[in-house]
Ligand binder design. Sequence first.
Ligand SMILES: Cc1ncc(COP(=O)(O)O)c(C=O)c1O
Length: 411
Amino acid sequence: MTFDVSRVRAAYPALSDGYAYLDGAAGTQVPAGVIEAIADAYRSGIGNAGGAFPASGRADAIVTEGRRALADLTGADPQGVILGPNMTTLTYRLADTLSRRWGPEDEVVVSRLDHDANIRPWVQAAARSGATVRWAEVDISTAELPAAQYDDLLSERTRLVAVTAASNIVGTRPDVAAIAAAAHSVGALCYVDGVHATPHVPVDVRSLGADFYATSAYKWSGPHIGTVVADPALLESLHPDKLAPAPAGVPGRFERGTAAFADLAGVVAAVEHLAALGPPPTSSAVGSGTRRQRVLAAMAAVEQYEGQLFTRLLGGLARMRHVTLYGNAARRAPTAFFTVTGYTPRQVAERLAARKINVWNGDNYAWELTGALGLRESGGGVRAGLVHYNDEAEVERLLAAVAELAPDGVP
Ligand SMILES: Cc1ncc(COP(=O)(O)O)c(C=O)c1O
């Protein structure tokens, strides 16, 4: 099946401004359907949740639909979908809740591959409870996170293993299923950061073995809303701080204050957008069926399309002698991280911005990994991240602009 990227791009008003948006790893643009869903929610009148009048009923319906959509995206139970402003806030909340059970005898395992949002909340919660932190290390030559090392890191003292489903700078997708199985074999929980993986691959939290899986809608064409999904039975066993009159059940007791109802309507539209990226329902049985089935088929098509584009991007960068690429994992999200001889990462990003190409520079909050790569003091690296709305022309523009930075003009 060919992926109709022109049709996809036409759905995004922001993409017509002439810029190549290769900054999707830091946040994507949104399609018109998402913008309209948010505007429609406000236009039709929206009250706070739980009231006796129709505008309040609309807020309740949006919350129900939002949980369903996020469950369809991840393979979770809608009753286990915790809504919040972003992944970082929710992870701090869960670290606070889970660590109340920890003491000096306990251990948590974090990885050097992760974004700091899946490291620091656990490190700080461990420090408060007296628990020990153990580190899974990255093989710097490949940026792989070898799963085998968890056999040595885990013991009956381990309470939690936090690991990413994909690195937000080098794209590495570790063997989360193996790591989660190892965690479960010693009775530990596995908290998976799915923020970078979710826009690029089909997600099934059960086959990953994730006890908790976090993702943020603004990374996959939605608004700025985060979620953590978990088995409702697991959530029943946990008791976060909450206001006295706030919901006592799950997942409501994990959610603080009033939800962003209109944005949540946008989350539903974003999941619908993703679900529609797959094969048309009439062409085969694969693309038809439930929204969950359509999401899985669509994300498989996205993975394949992005993979082809990424091969072109990596191949082009690898041929340039003035470019150093980091990471070479066997399974990767389409995210390139590199430095350019003679330029700081910031200078590269500025030169590219002058060519109307958006890339990110710095540590990108992969604080431990940029440290391990020896890049933290020198300004990190340049990150060019592809998503499903990027196309070949944008990749070629990036390659041409980076080639111009060769010291003698000869890449
Ligand atoms: C892999 C990864 N994890 C966590 C986060 C933090 O997500 P949020 O901005 O929703 O707190 C990000 C954000 O860039 C990320 O890329």
